[in-house]
Ligand binder design. Structure first.
Ligand code: ASC
Length: 230
């Protein structure tokens, strides 16, 4: 493989930034907020950043690049498709649970739903992600679609997958910002308390994770080599 060592360095870096993102989200909710719970209160809301960072960012990112891991190239393509679809299914379920947590929290506290740009773009991303998963399953995993249809839909599948992933990162950055503005009153966000520094840093970590995944996923020379019978 051309540039194998560079690929490994980027992969290890992405895993590091991914793990750190999840760790920072957990430190945020456990050390600075109310922890996790399912009680209609803040501890229920806190599932939202934790599950989005773990599922919709980290697991989705790994799902995007599974085809590019060189040691999987000797495995059957069908197996890697199952892993790609399986990881994306786990990410979708975690994203949906994280939305239920927010709506439940809002309704329990009489906070309006779906007024912010974060919520508009975030819900759109979850809906398109689910459509992408169902379409990808029907066209590329089930054995019914003809090769011509697969070939014509593949560029769209790749483009929409990368667009959704980038949109999720952007939406998470909006979410971190609005949560800090809502939650930090005394001391105010504008005085840069430790929680603000931690969550601003979390935003940087997910952005760098996203940048690494998008780079690895878009280098043509790191593609899985085509096989005779897939
Ligand atoms: C698949 C598969 C591919 C692509 C190709 C269309 O389902 O395994 O390699 O679609 O057939 O680009």
């Amino acid at each position: 493989m051309e540039g194998y060592r560079l690929f490994l360095v980027l992969l290890v870096s992405a895993l590091l930034f991914g793990f750190l993102s999840v760790l920072f989200a957990l430190v945020w909710v456990f050390h600075y907020r109310e922890g996790l719970g399912w009680d209609g209160g803040s501890a229920e809301f806190n599932w939202h950043p934790v599950l989005i960072t773990t599922g919709f960012i980290f697991i989705q990112g790994i799902a995007i690049i599974v085809y590019r891991l060189p040691w999987t190239w000797k495995c059957s393509k069908l197996l890697i498709k199952f892993i790609h679809a399986g990881l994306n299914t786990i990410a979708m379920i975690l994203a949906i649970v994280s939305l239920v947590a927010v709506f439940d929290f809002h309704n329990a506290k009489n906070i309006p739903n779906m007024y912010s740009l974060h919520s508009w773009i975030g819900l759109t991303a979850v809906i398109f992600y689910s459509l992408q998963l169902v379409l990808g399953f029907a066209v590329f995993l089930l054995p019914f679609a003809p090769a011509s249809l697969r070939a014509s839909l593949m560029p769209i599948h790749i483009y929409s997958g990368l667009l959704i992933f980038a949109t999720v990162i952007a939406t998470a950055l909006m979410g971190f910002t609005e949560k800090l503005i809502f939650a930090l009153k005394n001391p105010a966000y504008s005085t840069s308390p430790p929680e603000a520094i931690l969550v601003n840093t979390l935003g940087f970590l997910v952005l760098i994770f996203g940048a690494l995944i998008l780079w690895m996923a878009t280098r043509p020379h790191w593609k899985r080599p085509p096989e005779q019978n897939s």
